[in-house]
Ligand binder design. Structure first.
Ligand code: TYM
Length: 334
């Protein structure tokens, strides 16, 4: 029987899994794998849109796999695989590059951010990155895509590409994928600057909590996290114009399963001197078990490679027939 829903999402294998990835996306992946057919991808093709040391990338693919398993993905309940092992992604991306319009890509803010001032020197891959992302999703006819807030624009593009492909070729081949951007931490901000998102590419390690950080470094990073001198407000409205305070309150809410309003109900009127140790404690409680499992898994290359190879085989079995339909729709075959 055809499942009514199919979940797909991806993560780059560059750098550590950080709290933004975990609270913004991975936790939702783990929750969705039971209720839906779920496919999760370590997007190594996307990683090479900027320069990579091959040995570091190789290690990064395995470590990201270990981190995802440690976070609760279960290969018995989901498909987990590396993007480069399923050729359909690259092949479908080419076809979809002929569907997407240059004007659409020119509007992508992430390209502008990542390319910075030297746009002429950016790789063509960085520019067409969102088309590959659309191919990832559409190769599986995914219906739901759990991501953090920063992926919203890329998902709108994937929907536009799907709709245009269907329309151009007179088919109902691709469902329009729904972004799933849910929870109290869809946009976790840097601990050093409440207006910048927490990111693996931030040069300051103090800006983010990595899932490999131990209790001492988590406590230290939270102690040093930028704040303002005011005590916490008792109402959400009092967080307006206080991005650092809003971020820490949002983190507390996400980590303890409460709403931000409930957190303020408990801590309103207190200073950060009281709030920060409680936040660090909640963070350590959430992260320590993941770190422990990650450390058990991370060096077992044979086991990690076996998970990825089995996942890739299952992924291929879904994606190859979809590519065959695409080939028929565009006229490559009968
Ligand atoms: P990536 O590797 O940057 O991030 C992986 C996931 O983590 C989320 N995320 C955050 N959520 C909240 N706060 C933050 N500070 C934060 N930082 C990262 C991201 O939104 C993402 O969900 N282009 C994608 C990978 C990708 C993909 C796909 C995703 C490739 N193909 C197909 C969905 C579907 C990326 O670079 O994510």
């Amino acid at each position: 029987m055809k499942p009514a829903t199919r979940v797909f999402s991806g993560i780059q294998p560059t750098g550590n899994l950080h709290l933004g990835n975990y609270l913004g996306a991975i936790r939702n992946w783990v929750a969705m794998q039971d209720a839906h057919e779920s496919i999760f991808c370590v997007v190594d093709l996307h990683a090479i849109t900027v320069a990579q040391d091959p040995a570091v990338l190789r290690r990064g693919i395995r470590e990201m796999t270990a981190a995802l398993l440690a976070s609760g993905l279960d290969p018995a309940r989901c498909i987990l695989f590396p993007q480069s092992a399923v050729r359909v992604h690259a092949e479908l991306a080419w076809v979809l590059m002929c569907t997407a319009r240059v004007g659409w890509l020119n509007r992508m803010t992430q390209f502008k951010d990542k390319a910075g001032k030297d746009r002429e020197g950016a790789s063509v891959g960085l520019y067409t990155y969102p088309v590959l992302q659309a191919a990832d999703i559409l190769a599986y006819k995914a219906t739901h895509v759990p991501v953090g807030d920063d992926q919203k624009q890329h998902l709108e593009l994937a929907r536009d590409i799907a709709a245009k492909f269907n329309n151009d070729h007179g088919v109902e081949l691709f469902p329009l994928p729904e972004p799933v951007i849910e929870g109290p931490a869809t946009r976790v901000m840097s601990l050093r600057d409440g207006t910048a998102k927490m990111s693996k590419s931030d040069p300051s390690d103090a800006s983010r909590i990595n899932l490999t950080d131990d209790a001492d470094s988590i406590a230290q990073k939270i102690r040093r996290a930028k704040t303002d001198p005011e005590p916490l407000p008792s109402e959400i409205a009092g967080l307006a114009g206080r991005p650092e305070a809003a971020n820490l309150v949002g983190l507390m809410a996400a980590l303890t399963g409460r709403s931000a309003a409930q957190v303020l109900g408990d801590y309103g009127g207190q200073g950060f001197g009281q709030f920060k140790p409680a936040l660090a404690e909640a963070m350590v409680a959430a992260i320590a078990p993941i770190t422990a499992r990650f450390n058990e898994l991370r060096h077992d290359d044979v086991a990690l490679d076996a998970v990825l190879a089995a996942g890739a085989e299952r992924a291929r079995a879904i994606a190859e027939p979809v590519l065959a339909e695409v080939h028929r729709a565009v006229g490559f075959r009968d």
